[in-house]
Design a protein around this ligand. Structure first.
Ligand code: SAH
Length: 400
């Protein structure tokens, strides 16, 4: 029955199916009873309606995802050794990628996709940045930090758990230095021989978007001798690859002036020609229309917007948003130009996204051919038991 002195969760009959497929979430409506008085985030055993032990996981009384599974192995104790072994497993799985692309910046732990629900750890040179998003991650904070210290003894550790989703788990947003030296300047990471500046305390997410790494490299290959418009540029890293590959002119557009300031420094530290790069602080939705009215044209356009849908009720609005920017972007392309378009909304299925882009082409009055399908970099794996881990999808299109 129970593997140790945990409180336990008894499931309703038939509600063990997802767990038998090793999906790591138990929703509140699957639960018949809670035995004992587990604290927020404490480890509980999960028992099916017939009394069989199924798994142990973290109890989250305020979230609809009531339990996130740590282990399906009976008797496994959730302590520092457990986290060391999972984190080491995540590191081992990335070693080839790190060596191949000469990475000093990468996602070390991708939460559920690395069998560590609610835990994100990003590696920035000699600093690890943590994001503990679930009650169970917070409850085990000392074990997780202890595990990181033991695998990476000389590293700084900085916490960027300052995100609103923690509230769903009954946790307040927190951030700050955990170990080592406070980051006073921008950090520098490298990938594929490119240098990238990152603002760890103030940047988006934990500071940077590693998930687009492969797409930056692919984008570069379309940019030789081309004029490029990069919408939602953040710190302009698509532009570094494009300029290295011989783009004739590159325009970064973002709402955030601080992101654009870093984008400019990113061009400088890579010894690229600043006179060929523009930085435009603007709302992409408005700017694309203005450019259309002005008759502006580009050879390549990159559209990498933020997540438009956080929940199902926002999906329709998200579809309209994607269609709008894709339509106007196609109208701005020279004949035979390239559109590189992405959606990082997990709720937006890849086939739906493709339909939206097809509709955008119809409305733009252009023929569009898909020449590449794009996805998240491999330090953002998709566990076969957790299809929700697939969120970033993109299309490369020739627009005639
Ligand atoms: N392409 C970037 C990541 C983009 S993240 C990279 O590879 O690193 C999304 C960016 O869109 C953020 O920098 C955010 O500031 C910006 N943003 C959000 N809404 C916007 C809008 N309406 N117009 C312009 N930029 C916007």
């Amino acid at each position: 029955m129970q593997s140790h002195n945990n409180a336990s969760i008894i499931l309703k009959p038939g509600r063990e199916k997802a767990l038998n497929r090793r999906h790591p979430w138990i929703f509140s409506m699957a639960i018949k009873a809670v035995k004992g008085k587990p604290a927020l985030g404490e480890t509980v055993d999960v028992i099916d309606a017939k009394g069989n032990w199924l798994a142990c996981g973290a109890f989250s009384p305020e979230s609809q995802i009531r339990v996130r599974i740590w282990s399906f192995e009976q008797g496994e104790v959730i302590d520092q050794t457990f986290f060391e072994s999972r984190i080491q497993g995540a590191l081992n799985a990335r070693q080839a990628l790190i060596a191949d692309q000469k990475l000093t910046g990468f996602r070390l732990v991708a939460a559920e996709s690395d069998y560590l629900p609610g835990i994100t750890v990003d590696h920035y040179d000699n600093t690890l940045v943590t994001q503990l998003l679930s009650a169970g991650a917070e409850f085990n904070r000392h074990h997780i930090i202890g595990a990181l210290e033991s695998i990476f003894p000389d590293y700084n550790i900085y916490d960027r758990s300052d995100v609103d989703v923690r509230k769903k788990e009954g946790l307040a947003p927190v951030k700050g230095l955990i170990k080592g030296v406070e980051p006073t300047e921008l950090s520098v990471i490298e990938e594929n021989g490119v240098k990238i500046l990152v603002d760890i305390p103030e940047g988006h997410k934990t500071g940077f978007y590693f998930d687009q790494r492969d797409n930056r490299r692919i984008a570069g290959s379309y940019c030789k001798d081309k004029t490029v418009l990069n919408c939602f540029s953040y710190t302009g890293t698509f532009g570094i690859y494009a300029m290295k590959n011989g783009a004739t002119h590159f325009t970064n557009v973002d709402l955030s002036q601080s992101a654009l300031d870093i984008a400019k420094k990113n061009i400088e530290i890579n010894d690229l020609d600043l006179s060929k790069v523009d930085f435009v602080q603007a709302d992409v939705f408005k700017l694309l229309r203005r450019y259309r009215d002005e008759g502006k044209k580009f050879d390549v356009i990159i559209l990498d917007p933020p997540k438009f849908a956080d929940n199902k009720s926002q999906l329709n609005g998200a579809c309209r948003g994607y269609k709008d920017i894709n339509m106007v972007a196609m109208q701005l392309l020279n004949p035979g130009g390239t559109l590189l378009t992405y959606s990082c909304s997990g709720l937006m299925a890849a086939d739906l996204f493709q339909k939206i882009v097809a509709d955008a082409a119809l409305d733009a009055g252009r023929d569009a051919q898909i020449i590449g399908r794009l996805s998240q970099a491999s330090d953002h794996p998709i566990a076969s038991t957790f299809p929700e881990g697939f969120y970033l999808k993109g299309l490369a299109l020739t627009v005639r």
